[in-house]
Design a protein around this ligand. Structure first.
Ligand code: ATP
Length: 336
């Protein structure tokens, strides 16, 4: 639980976290998403006690962080890296110096500083930028510098607070793929907060959806996508997969046949299930929209399809597709 004193419109305290229970497994990437002000950043900042919980425990590697002495907390924090929406680089220092300085402050030897700075600059692909100053960098390069600075401290846990939010789509994709490499290479446990559901899908193993300081749902990303339970999760997912038909198709789609969403999760569609269903049951399938998302370990696709044929054949073809592991949702004309 976390209350902030006297900051709402009427000067009352703000209840930023309420009844939050979350377990992040070693080596996994766990996402936290939700609307603005739902408590994501406060949750992340509770892990390293930048925001001290009003009540409750924060256990990191068997240490209850809220009970540690100042000195033990300082040591425990060295194992918890944090990257935020803004890179917060020293403007008068080069990329190299920005990475080397925190190492120097933690007492790392000069030869080890050189080794680590060079190693992690190579890992993040910033070698050619090491002499550049922050004002010469793109937003993506700034975020990569901040990430390199954190990686060089070799934390086992990484908190990523809205790290892709200032980047364009291409920049976000590049940072996401770098974070996936970090997780793969160093087995770093990550807790990632973002309002962007696409970032959660591409990066995380599991995720929690927050609303008004509470976790309303938590599940593996694939389950969240295929079967969201809470209104908040449903709203987030529907942004990724809009139900849509071209204007000229609407009379056809809404008056005859059956419109459905077909959802498939897996590494590859081995059988041509849709073609088989069409042939076997003599139905015609017209794909109106299709979205394929590459998740961390598999792909996930959702299509909006209009099926024409007799009612019996449509039902049989849908039963067949269900048997092939494809998720089916019948749509109403009002959904378009
Ligand atoms: N230092 C603070 N003092 C007072 N209130 C705060 C403080 N930090 C956060 N809050 C309040 O706590 C609530 C949760 O804020 P938080 O920043 O954790 O949400 P968020 O989900 O990360 O939002 P965003 O997506 O906008 O970053 C909000 O009502 C916010 O105004």
């Amino acid at each position: 639980m976390k209350n902030f004193p006297g900051r709402d419109k009427r000067g009352k305290s703000v209840s930023a976290l309420r009844d939050v229970t979350l377990n992040v497994e070693k080596g996994e990437i766990f996402g936290v998403t939700g609307a603005r002000g739902s408590g994501k950043s406060t949750l992340l900042r509770s892990v390293n006690v930048l925001d001290r919980p009003t009540k409750g425990r924060v256990v990191v590697q068997d240490n209850n962080m809220v009970k540690l002495s100042a000195e033990s907390l300082r040591k425990a924090r060295q194992n918890i890296g944090m990257v935020t929406r803004e890179a917060h680089l020293l403007e008068c220092s080069s990329v190299y110096e920005n990475i080397a300085l925190p190492l120097k402050l933690t007492g790392v030897s000069s030869s080890e500083i050189k080794r680590r700075t060079e190693t992690y600059l190579a890992f993040t692909g910033l070698e050619t930028k090491q002499s550049a100053y922050p004002q010469e960098l793109t937003e993506l390069e700034k975020q990569k510098t901040a990430l390199t600075r954190t990686l060089a401290l070799e934390p086992e846990i990484l908190l990523c607070d809205e790290v892709t939010d200032l980047l364009d789509r291409e920049g976000a994709a590049s940072l996401i793929s770098l974070l996936l490499n970090v997780n793969k290479e160093f087995h770093t446990t990550m807790l990632v907060s973002t309002r962007n559901i696409e970032t959660i899908c591409k990066l995380c193993d599991r995720a929690a959806v927050m609303a008004s300081g509470k976790i309303v749902e938590q599940a593996p990303v694939i389950d969240l996508l295929s079967n969201p339970q809470s209104e908040e999760a449903k709203a987030l997912i529907s942004r990724l997969f809009p139900v849509w038909a071209p204007e000229e198709m609407k009379p056809v789609v809404t008056q005859a046949g059956q419109a459905v969403t077909l959802t498939y999760a897996g590494r590859a569609t081995i059988k041509p299930a849709y073609a088989l269903a069409a042939k076997k049951y003599n139905v015609f399938m017209n794909i109106l929209t299709a979205t394929v998302l590459q998740l961390k370990n598999e792909s996930f696709s959702r299509m909006v399809v209009h099926i024409q044929g007799s009612d019996k054949d449509i039902s049989s073809s849908l039963e067949f597709l269900k048997g092939e592991g494809i998720g089916i949702e019948r749509l109403d004309p009002d959904d378009f």
